[in-house]
Design a protein around this ligand. Structure first.
Ligand code: SAH
Ligand code: DHB
Ligand code: MG
Length: 234
């Protein structure tokens, strides 16, 4: 690689960073509640693997768009994505978030209270695949956000389809990972295979209208978003 090519590449990366920063500043600024959730996560020693502010804002907009009153999240961590989602709910709305780690759940509950959304949120502790079959009486959810362990992504999709209605939105994080997850031929790792399978099933399901969007980690990762179609259009 020549020096000129290298310089052009570095310039491109710097531009991407600046673009993301400026979009974040103008459209997805964090309030005190969100900043506190990040700080509490750091103090508790949780990994900083939450979604980005731009992703948070997109989740919030999707929830607003589908008039969400009931939201289901799989994988709470420290409550960062949960706060973005809960902010789109009406006062009598509900966010139910599933978390396997009791220590994480404790941080989440504190952060939800601090962000002023304790009244419309609930953290349920356990393995998501054990809790999901118990949620049928609380369905349908207007939006489901999948962001927990990656191997069960295809199973989480099956549950999301069972627990939603036409017009609901199903979003999953970490569906691109440098484009490997979009082409099954590129995938060898079991975890990556599972997410690639998730993408394939979403893309091919006639009940869903869907798109993967590169928006995180310098446009190398992001959400796959799916809308459950109204019955008459399937
Ligand atoms: N959505 C969060 C990030 C979630 S990180 C945010 O953006 O703010 C993934 C979380 O899923 C971790 O807290 C992890 O403990 C949890 N998790 C992992 N496996 C799980 C499982 N089988 N059931 C429920 N939660 C799980
Ligand atoms: C990991 C998990 C995530 O959900 C994420 O957004 C980033 C990283 C991880 O397990 O490493
Ligand atoms: Mg994630």
């Amino acid at each position: 690689m020549t020096d000129d090519t290298l310089e052009a590449l570095q310039q491109q990366i710097a531009t991407q960073h600046t673009t993301e920063q400026r979009i974040t500043q103008l459209f997805a600024a964090e309030d005190e509640g969100l900043r506190h959730a990040l700080e509490a996560a750091k103090v508790a020693g949780l990994p900083a693997i939450q979604i980005s502010p731009i992703q948070g804002k997109l989740l919030q907009m999707l929830a607003t768009l589908c008039n969400a009153r009931k939201i289901l999240e799989i994988g709470s961590l420290a409550g960062y994505s949960g706060i973005w989602l809960a902010r789109a709910l009406p006062a009598d709305g509900r966010l139910l978030t599933l978390e396997i780690d009791a220590k994480h759940a404790e941080v989440v509950r504190n952060s939800f209270a601090r962000a002023g959304v304790a009244d419309r949120t609930e953290v349920r502790v356990g393995k998501a695949l054990d809790i999901l079959p118990t949620l049928e009486s609380e369905a349908p959810f207007d939006l489901v956000f999948i962001d927990a362990d990656k191997l069960p992504y295809p199973q989480y999709l099956e549950w999301a389809l069972r627990l939603t209605r036409p017009g609901s939105v199903i979003v999953a994080d970490n569906c691109i990972r440098g484009n490997r997850l979009l082409d099954p031929a590129q995938v060898t790792d079991e975890t990556e295979k599972a997410v690639a399978e998730y993408n394939k099933r979403v893309a091919q399901n006639p009940r869903l209208e869907s798109l993967a969007l590169a928006m995180d980690d310098d446009f190398t990762d992001g959400f796959t978003i799916a809308v459950v179609r109204p019955e008459e259009r399937t």
